[in-house]
Design a protein around this ligand. Structure first.
Ligand code: SF4
Ligand SMILES: [Zn+2]
Ligand SMILES: [Zn+2]
Length: 324
């Protein structure tokens, strides 16, 4: 914390709510909090995110993707704490010790808190390993991973009778992805930046209840709530451009508090209404995969069915280990 120039002493921060000693500075809200009021503030932000986008309705059953990282563990805790019906799904990608540890953390939490959990493996769902799929897909690892995760989230939600698929994407995730989309003018991806996507034929509603809270705030909340989570990054994460954009935005945030919020939430408030017609047109052009019924822009089979077919027919080279 900074020292006062006049007295040379470290000023004691006061909680913006109770005026007691505050250990948590929140420059983007122009506030400081004690532990108790930080937790309340965080929960209010999540509640506001849920209500502002009408994420959940009476009778909803939620399938939450849980990776074992801080975001999904916090989302798990909060949504369940709100009395919502939450079923968790963990997808083990087979990334060696990282995946083993992630599954262990998720299973331990489910057992401790008596929460329903489904665990599936990439190989079990796709019939091939992630490395094999990567070889035939000609896509970057994260693009392949994201496509497969979205597909199986939707399909598992339908199988289990869930009406909503929720993920732990936070403000940093969405702002950095939006920055990447805008820098490359990937306008076709902008719809995926929405914190709530309505249900459609063969598709459940998709929501991101943590879209108003940052990486750092979520980490703090997880610590205060005593949640165990996996700190290690996925072995493929280092090559991700989005991580570069995240770092860039974080450096800007230190200079200009709330620049991330202004960027992403500003996009939702100001740019989005003008894009609705384009989103509707894109929706109209969607077809159904003749194999599995998933919605796709492709003619013929969807990306995942095509990938499964290609991977099954490709000669089985031995797998490389994921990057260390
Ligand atoms: S870093 Fe990329 S490959 Fe790893 S879990 Fe995330 S999206 Fe998947
Ligand atoms: Zn307080
Ligand atoms: Zn398909």
């Amino acid at each position: 914390m900074d020292r006062c120039e006049r007295t040379g002493r470290t000023p004691v921060m006061k909680c913006s709510v109770c005026r007691g000693p505050a250990g948590i500075r929140a420059p983007r809200h122009n506030a400081a909090f004690c532990d108790l009021h930080f937790r309340e503030h965080f929960l209010r932000q999540v509640q506001r995110a849920i209500e502002s986008r009408d994420m959940f309705r009476e009778g909803d059953s939620i399938l939450l993707g849980v990776s074992g990282g801080k975001d999904s563990m916090v989302a798990w805790e909060i949504l369940t704490g709100m009395g919502l019906e939450v079923q968790a799904l963990h997808l083990n990608h087979g990334f060696g010790p990282y995946s083993e540890r992630s599954e262990e953390v998720v299973r331990a939490h489910a057992a401790r808190a008596a929460r329903p959990l489904e665990v599936r493996s990439f190989r079990g769902l796709m019939g091939v390993t992630f490395e094999q799929a990567l070889r035939v897909s000609a896509r970057p690892a994260c693009s392949l991973c994201g496509t497969v995760k979205r597909y199986w989230m939707n399909r598992t939600a339908l199988e289990l009778g869930c009406t909503v698929a929720a993920t732990g994407h936070n403000l940093d995730d969405e702002a950095s992805a939006l920055l990447g989309n805008v820098l490359h003018w990937q306008t076709g991806y902008l719809r995926s930046r929405l914190p709530a996507l309505p249900e459609g034929e063969g598709m459940v509603r998709k929501v991101k209840p943590l879209f108003r809270v940052t990486d750092e705030e979520t980490r703090l909340y997880a610590g205060l709530a005593g949640l165990e989570f996996v700190e290690d990054a996925c072995p493929y994460a280092e090559n991700v451009t989005t991580h570069y954009y995240k770092g860039l935005l974080e450096r800007m945030e230190r200079e200009f508090p709330n620049i991330k919020g202004a960027f992403y939430l500003g996009f939702l408030d100001r740019l989005l209404p003008g894009l609705s017609a384009e989103f509707r047109r894109a929706e109209h052009e969607m077809r159904r995969c003749p194999e599995c019924g998933y919605r796709t822009l492709r003619e013929g089979r969807c990306t995942v069915c095509t990938l499964k077919e290609r991977a099954a027919g490709s000669p089985g080279k031995p797998d490389r280990a994921p990057p260390a």
